[in-house]
Design a protein around this ligand. Structure first.
Ligand code: WT7
Length: 636
């Protein structure tokens, strides 16, 4: 029996039991049989959640791109690795074979080396969803440079914060980007960011839109002429298993964004293994994940996981609504997509439109549908199942996080019976548990608590770049010897997990993880504003939207409120990006606070949700009187 490809429920339980009883033997077999190593490990796993320290495949040597590219050349060199679908449907799709991708990555890697990039250097990649993004990521990995991809919807300030946090030496960007009918001036955003980034020596610029951009002498270079001159052969840098592969930022409930560090070997093994099983990928399938490579979903399940399996992975530059709301389904028909992986927010947005946008296309190629990023509500689940899957394609509701590197709780399609809104069972090797208020594990089924994981898995983040203490405090201090996810969950009578949502001050808006603190900081920088508090409230399409309670300074009192609202959102757009804009802004005289001065978000949340019947005990507040005035003026 090959444990690599699970085919039925009995096999799942059998392999699961093995993976939990003897994780080291289990992962050793997977690693040994399915990957190329330059040197074998000395020890499969070394861990201590109190430090915390986790090492998988210690002292093994490898290069992930050898596993994602080189090893496929002899058996599937002419197979399409990346199928690029441009924003404009009139522009031709590109089928980039494994041979071609290997050559493009090698050339790019040589360009990086010529610019002084060495193993361990950090490179920021700020690119739209074009093939060069994949090429740049893999080129870094090939020479051991640590990539830090920043989603190209983030603002200049967000970009410079991320560049400086990990001391990047280089930025790879493009002149502009296409998003539906819009064109975005990416290079201009980078130019502003770099005014605050003294560490950046070189900017490599991909030509995509052809808009006129400023090129700073000595710093900015067009990429194509350099690639044209580059050597097509670039031997891989041999990496240690625990060398960092990449940094990816995610927001926390407080403070600046956290640069999660993922390492080479464990990340490769786990993303490849989960990809194969959770999407039931077969050799000639065409797989499409609609995420952006700027998020972890794109890293693990557009690039590394699929490529490690020699898959054909679609990269889509555009948006679901352009040129119309049928675009996703047009692409599924055109490329005969077999596995389709998207976010609930996209499903809800499309479900609002006329059904003819879906019915127009032949979706019979689909075998597996995926969902990720936030809990999928029952209505969206059924719409997806009925209209896209025609009740024939199982939906895998995959729960995971930037920090986990790969999917931890999910059905295996055609193996695990699915239930709407349930992520169902832990994947092989994953040991979830629910904790109560007294920090005790909750036994049995039909229970609800805080979701923790009690044993390491290969693709977990190893630290926060430059701040190991914060890593420990955020994930390993709430519950002794456990990784705390920040999510709440319930376990039903058969042991299926249903994720109920964040239990901290992180709000998931349209599948994007947003911390309240950075948004509040952005608002508070406005000269007319004294203080603010952000909470989430339910929204039809976004899942959650943001509601801001804002206290004006004396000087702000006389200002026009609607103008102020615009300026607040402008401020947020500049500091973070448009994804963090507020849907509702209420000006208030005060914020409910505890006696120690902490904002009582619980109360604000109820007001934002228009659920003011049972506010609970407010008598312990420092200022109970403000609550009534806020309720009276609440926005409906
Ligand atoms: C948070 C992590 C992992 C890729 C995208 C998000 C929420 C994610 C699900 C799901 C319910 C989910 C959680 C988690 N989440 N997937 N299937 N059901 N909630 O990565 O930005 O790091 O966000 O997204 O709250 O903690 P992320």
């Amino acid at each position: 029996m090959s444990n690599y490809h699970i085919k039925n429920l009995e096999e799942y339980f059998q392999v699961y039991r093995k993976s939990v009883r003897n994780p080291e033997v289990f992962w050793e077999e997977i690693a040994e049989e399915h990957f190329v190593w330059r040197k074998r490990w000395d020890k499969v796993l070394q861990w201590d959640f109190t430090k915390p320290e986790v090492k998988w495949f210690e002292n093994a040597q490898l290069n992930i791109t050898e596993n994602c590219l080189d090893r496929h050349l002899s058996i599937r060199g002419d197979k399409t690795a990346i199928l690029f679908e441009p924003n404009n449907p009139e522009e031709e799709a590109q089928h980039i074979t494994y041979f071609q991708l290997h050559e493009r990555v090698s050339k790019m890697a040589n360009v990086l080396k010529e610019h002084g990039i060495k193993k361990g250097d950090r490179i920021c990649i700020y690119l739209p969803m074009i093939p060069e993004l994949a090429v740049a990521v893999l080129a870094c990995a090939r020479i051991g440079a640590i990539h830090s991809v920043v989603f190209a919807g983030f603002s200049s300030i967000a970009l410079s914060t991320r560049i400086n946090d990990c001391d990047c030496k280089m930025v790879i960007t493009s002149d502009g980007s296409y998003r539906g009918a819009k064109t975005i001036d990416l290079k201009g955003i980078v130019d502003v960011a770099l005014e605050d980034c003294p560490g950046i020596e070189t900017t490599l610029v991909v030509k995509r839109t052809g808009v006129k951009v400023e090129m700073k002498e000595g710093r900015d270079k067009w990429l194509q002429p350099l690639l044209d001159e580059a050597h097509a052969d670039c031997p891989v840098e041999v990496m240690d298993a625990e060398d960092p592969l990449f940094i990816l930022y995610t927001s926390g409930s407080t403070g600046k964004p956290k640069g999660m560090v993922h390492t080479c070997a464990g990340y490769m093994v786990y993303t490849a293994y989960t990809f194969k099983n959770i999407f039931q990928y077969r050799e000639n399938d065409v797989y499409w994940c609609t995420a952006d490579v700027g998020w972890i979903t794109g890293h693990s399940y557009i690039l590394y996981g699929p490529l490690a399996n020699g898959a054909t992975t679609v990269m889509f530059e555009g948006v679901p609504s352009y040129p119309d709301f049928g675009r996703f389904w047009e692409i599924v028909e055109k490329h005969k997509v077999n596995q389709f992986y998207t976010a609930p927010t996209a499903i809800r947005a499309l479900a609002k439109e006329n059904l003819s946008f879906v019915e127009k296309y032949d979706l019979s190629s689909l075998k597996v549908l995926g969902s990720v990023g936030e809990p999928i509500n029952e209505e969206a689940w059924h719409w997806y199942n009925n209209n896209v899957g025609k009740k024939k394609s199982p939906i895998v509701d995959t729960w995971w996080q930037t920090e986990t590197g790969g999917i931890l709780i999910s059905p295996i399609p055609y193996v695990t019976p699915t239930t709407p809104t349930y992520a169902t069972l832990p994947f092989i090797g994953i040991q979830p548990t629910l904790m109560d208020e007294n920090e005790k594990e909750i036994a049995g089924n039909q229970v609800e608590g805080r979701l923790c994981i009690k044993f390491p898995w290969p693709s977990m983040a190893r630290t926060i770049w430059g701040n190991h203490d914060r890593y420990r405090d955020t994930y390993f201090s709430a519950y002794k010897n456990k990784y705390f996810t920040g999510d709440g969950a319930m376990r039903d009578e058969v042991g299926y997990y249903r994720i109920t949502g964040r239990v901290d001050d992180v709000i998931i808006v349209s599948g994007h993880n947003l911390g309240t603190a950075p948004i509040e900081d952005a608002i508070n920088e406005h000269p007319a504003i004294a203080e603010s508090a952000i909470v989430g409230f339910p929204h039809d399409i976004k899942g959650n939207a943001l509601y801001g309670f804002v206290i004006l300074k004396e000087t702000g009192q006389k200002r026009d409120r609607d103008n102020l609202r615009k300026e607040i959102n402008q401020q947020i757009t500049e500091q973070i990006g448009p994804i963090a804009k507020l849907d509702k802004i209420q000006f208030v005289v005060g914020l409910p606070k505890t006696r120690s001065g902490k904002i009582m978000r619980r109360i604000l949340r109820k007001i934002a949700c228009n659920d003011t019947e049972n506010l609970g005990d407010i008598s312990t507040l420092l200022n109970p009187e403000v609550v009534e005035s806020i309720i009276k003026e609440a926005l409906k």
